[in-house]
Design a protein around this ligand. Structure first.
Ligand code: FAD
Ligand code: NAP
Length: 557
């Protein structure tokens, strides 16, 4: 069912909760809050559910966490019934899955589509958020849950001359729904992150000529994608709840295969012989996927260990790409493997052996401008008919900062986060009562199987809201001390790893002027869950519960 919001009248009045976003986070949050008996309205800028998978329809888009795990676990009936057709499902199938869940749970009746939340202001007298949308909705809600996504604010760099381009431009994160036919065209792809690496091989097969503009080469592992193996599917489904429970305790929230071969190897890369290292890397390269990074336990903390994995990948690139000059350009050197999001591909490096593909290095000579005819680099014009921007997102904070969010004393979130995001547990921010973030900065979020992290946050938040209601509190707020302590921990744990060495979007480095802070919590999904559970068990340590002045009640704590 495709949702339609065109004729919807604007909402007014007071409700219990507003959720912003109807991706996997917003959908499950709605389901849980309904279960608590709350009146809920979800606002979603897109035309239907699915979030990431509604927007990112570029050729080659698919998940790189295996589909048996990149799916909801909260309902065993759902996970038993749904059948994935491939090891790593493509975007249309994931979108169908999201729509199926929405149908099953009858979610759409509480969702306003094609509706963007523009402002959210906290009213201290009533302990309610006053929310406005670009369609004229005005609603007061006790609880405001930002399910706005970590990778939903697509970003096109401000290239000089962009407006003069005579052809067509696309962004991978805002792909036309009718699809694009590149047959016979000269196409430029700018950007070689996960999106570019997925799109480039598929576009190359269709376009007359493809020119790839690469600033930073990426480490990419072959996916070895293929049709879902029935035996593999059944082995998951036989004991799904137990496997999901194991995955929740893993650092990344992913169970790497059901046999020991690709599991997390709790050995240092430096404690085995070079031959054994080579054997393990080769096995994982052959198996495909992000389990490559679990080959040893110190790849993200020891430069020396990391170098062994990085060199292995560079050797694979050299062995794959025929032209040695192109192979060298494609081989990443100046940051540790895994410290920019590891990519997973199908025929990425092989694509550069095609006669219709050219690689242009824009690291040494940056893109000068976009002209009417194409892309100019170092005085050379590359004439193209279409430009695909695979240039990423204002990650983790972009979608939140795009909303005019004001907490106590009308302080804006943008102002509070000038030096980088500050949260307690990645869930709340001091001075912003009753405002919750799902997979917010300061939580494992983008370092994990995000559906695992989403479900954990949603469950925790539903319990927290239930707890607040049960004790008669109308406001829940992180204390400044709790937030300060958490921010310090996130920073400290991050700096125990190699991650801060890379100019990554994890560090805010892809957005000019953005504070350089390692934003996610890297202590691991399992550890993080224990911390959150412990906080709840201690009566929500670090949160202050109170009752609104307007109700006349005394503070609840
Ligand atoms: P989203 O899916 O981003 O949904 C947020 C929604 O909020 C969007 O639909 C947006 O329109 C809406 N929104 C934002 N601001 C507003 C506003 N002001 N008003 C109204 N609506 C608003 N993660 C993995 O774990 N494994 C993968 O394999 C994987 N693959 C990915 C592939 C791509 C191409 C991308 C971009 C991301 C991928 N991710 C992956 C991360 C992915 O974003 C998450 O897995 C997950 O889909 C996030 O769900 P979400 O609901 O939190 O956010
Ligand atoms: P990204 O990783 O941020 O990559 C953006 C690319 O654009 C980078 O190569 C970047 O180069 C380049 N770029 C940006 N500005 C540029 C400029 N001015 N000139 C030249 N090049 C420029 O974005 P993404 O590829 O969309 O991926 C974002 C995240 O989404 C991923 O890391 C991942 O978490 C998720 N994702 C996952 C999958 C999947 O496989 N499941 C697929 C797509 C996305 P620099 O590196 O030099 O900045």
């Amino acid at each position: 069912m495709q949702a339609s919001a065109k004729s919807r009248a604007a909402d007014t009045g007071a409700i219990d909760a507003v959720i912003v976003g109807a991706g996997f986070a917003g959908m499950y949050m709605l389901h849980r809050l309904r279960g608590l008996g709350l009146s809920v309205r979800v606002y979603e800028a897109a035309g239907d559910v699915g979030g990431t998978w509604w927007w990112n329809r570029y050729p080659g888009a698919r998940c790189d966490v295996e589909s048996m795990q990149y799916s909801y676990a909260f309902s065993d009936a759902l996970q038993q019934a749904w059948r994935w057709s491939e090891r790593f499902s493509a975007q249309p199938e994931i979108l169908r899955y999201a729509a199926h869940v929405a149908d099953k749970l009858d979610l759409r009746r509480d969702i306003s589509f094609e509706t963007r939340v523009t402002t959210a202001h906290f009213d201290e007298a009533s302990d309610r958020w006053l929310i406005e949308t670009d369609r004229g909705d005005r609603v007061a809600a006790r609880w405001c849950i930002m399910a706005t996504g970590c990778l939903s604010a697509a970003r096109t760099p401000d290239f000089p001359g962009l407006a003069d381009f005579g052809g067509t431009t696309y962004h991978t994160g805002q792909w036309p729904h009718e699809g694009v036919d590149f047959s016979g065209q000269r196409v430029a792809v700018i950007g070689t992150g996960s999106s570019g690496i997925q799109a480039i091989p598929v576009i190359a097969e269709q376009a007359a000529h493809l020119t790839v503009f690469q600033r930073t080469p990426n480490y990419s592992i072959p996916s070895r994608n293929g049709p879902m193996d029935d035996a593999y599917e059944n082995s998951w489904k036989r004991d799904y709840p137990a496997y999901r429970a194991q995955a929740r305790r893993m650092r990344t929230g992913i169970l790497y295969g059901l046999d020991a071969l690709y599991g997390v190897n709790d050995q240092s890369a430096l404690e085995v012989s070079p031959e054994e290292r080579q054997r393990l890397y080769t096995t994982r390269w052959a198996a495909g996927g992000v389990a490559f990074m679990a080959a040893f336990n110190d790849l993200i903390v020891s430069q020396e260990a990391n170098d062994t994995a990085a060199e292995f990948v560079r050797a694979q690139i050299r062995a794959t790409v025929h032209d040695p000059r192109v192979a060298e350009l494609l081989a990443p050197r100046d940051y540790p493997i895994g410290t920019k999001r590891i990519c997973v591909d199908t025929n990425y490096f092989e694509t550069f052996n095609r006669a219709n593909v050219t690689l242009v290095d824009v690291r040494t000579t940056p893109i000068e401008s976009i002209t009417a005819m194409g892309v100019r680099v170092g005085g050379v014009d590359h004439a193209v008919d279409s430009i695909v921007f695979a240039t990423g997102f204002d990650a983790m904070t972009g979608a939140l900062n795009n909303i005019d969010i004001r907490g106590r004393a009308a302080r804006t979130l943008v102002d509070k986060w000038t030096e980088g995001p500050r949260t307690y547990l990645g869930l709340m921010a001091a001075g912003f009562p009753n405002l919750f973030m799902i997979t917010g900065p300061g939580s494992p979020s983008v370092l994990s199987n995000m559906i695992v992290s989403i479900e954990q946050h949603v469950d925790w938040l539903a319990d927290c809201i239930g707890h607040a209601r049960a004790r008669g509190a109308t406001a829940v707020e992180a204390t400044q001390a709790a937030e300060d302590g958490w921010v310090a921990l996130v920073d400290e744990v991050g700096h125990r790893t190699l991650y801060p060495k890379a100019n990554s979007w994890y560090m805010g480095a892809n957005i000019p002027g953005k504070a350089r802070v390692f934003m996610p919590y890297i202590g691991g999904v399992g550890t993080y869950r224990e911390i959150c559970d412990d906080v709840a068990a201690k009566g929500y340590e670090g949160l202050r519960f109170s009752a609104a002045r307007a109700t006349g009640s005394a503070a609840a704590e």
